[in-house]
Design a protein around this ligand. Structure first.
Ligand code: ADP
Ligand code: MG
Length: 329
């Protein structure tokens, strides 16, 4: 877009973004468009997520981690579909706080994750906004033509599984806001998870042959499991005492007087970016083996049942979940 921030816009594109452009398909960001290649035997898979200051990241979060969070929340969607990531289109809506050093930091964050995840920048748009900064990416990846697992194949009797740990994103937000009292090292581990979640790309590919329904956990375990249950036309139950917790989340949990309420917070807080899926219990050995190979924790947290909706129990006692996850009203 021209006119708003002409000098800054072109300098930003030339100096900061052009070096990140795909070497073969983005023409050094000197043309109007990029052209996507095709890949025989694969489908092009697309996803888009936006992040907004004050909603998805904090006004004082360093911009390199904001850039990384943007890429990672998008990559997490591709992970659920077993995709190999390829590249992305980027929209930057810079706010007045985004001067040159902030833009440089943002580009450094992009560069670090392009290397980490094997992706390139393909194009985008750069504008100024008087409001809070926001960024969006359209992430593209390849999935084998045999097709990705959808959210719709869960059947009664299947297990409900989750990778990694649950609740660190939620606690990480509180830690970054200074609302938690824990050892410094714990607070840092939690804030790191909030700022730089880890998309489970390799495991996402590994489980495509076993999972019957799959998605990534962004809004909260319970809310996202409800999406799988809905799409599959089944019910699901979660045993809250089985929720996998990190060492830092355990330390927080031990300070709580009401364990049931604490587990409910972890199961509904969101920002986990772990994979949530259902699978036939006979495949559990294979699923565990694949997870072990990737040094990834895998936990069965519940069961698919006949009916509708998601229910939760704590040590056998039903728990009434009031707010299943994060919602944007
Ligand atoms: P136009 O106004 O003609 O659409 P732009 O000035 O928006 O052109 O963009 C010029 C080039 O820079 C295009 O190749 C576009 O994809 C690229 N570009 C602009 N902003 C970004 C961005 N945030 N990230 C990556 N590429 C960008
Ligand atoms: Mg443009």
């Amino acid at each position: 877009m021209a006119g708003v921030d002409a000098a800054g816009e072109f300098e930003t594109i030339r100096k900061l973004f052009a070096p990140l452009a795909h070497p073969d398909h983005a023409w050094g960001l000197r043309d109007d468009v990029a052209v996507m290649p095709t890949r025989p035997g694969y489908d092009l898979v697309l996803t888009k997520d936006a992040i907004v200051e004050g909603v998805h990241f904090l006004p004082d979060d360093p911009l390199d981690t904001v850039a990384q969070k943007l890429l990672r929340v998008n990559l997490s969607d591709l992970a659920a579909k077993g995709c190999e990531p390829f590249g992305y289109l980027l929209a930057c809506h810079w706010s007045p706080r985004c001067g040159w050093p902030e833009r440089e930091a943002f580009a450094e964050g992009l560069a670090a994750d392009q290397k980490e995840f094997g992706i390139h920048l393909l194009g985008g748009d750069t504008v100024l906004t008087p409001g809070p900064a926001s960024f969006s990416a359209t992430m593209m990846g390849w999935a084998p033509k045999t097709g990705s697992v959808t959210r719709g194949g869960a059947k009664p009797g299947h297990g409900v599984y989750v990778t990694g740990t649950i609740g660190d994103g939620y606690l990480g937000l509180k830690a970054a806001q200074g609302h938690l009292k824990l050892e410094e090292e714990r607070l840092e581990a939690l804030a790191e998870h909030y700022r730089r979640p880890v998309p489970r790309l390799a495991y996402g590919q590994a489980v495509q042959g076993y999972a019957t329904a799959i998605m990534d956990v962004s809004d909260g375990l319970i809310a996202d499991l409800a999406h799988i249950a809905d799409a599959s036309g089944v019910a699901a139950s979660v045993q809250l005492e089985l929720l996998p917790k990190s060492a830092a989340a355990m330390a927080w949990f031990e300070t709580r007087i009401d364990p049931e309420a604490a587990l409910e917070q972890l199961a509904t807080g969101g920002d986990d970016y772990e994979l949530l899926f259902t699978a036939h219990p006979a495949d559990e050995g294979n699923l565990k083996r694949e997870a072990d190979r990737l040094l990834l924790r895998l936990t069965r947290v519940g069961t698919v049942e006949a009916g509708r909706g998601v229910s939760a129990t704590h040590l056998g006692k039903p728990v009434d979940i009031r707010k299943p996850g994060w919602t944007h009203d």
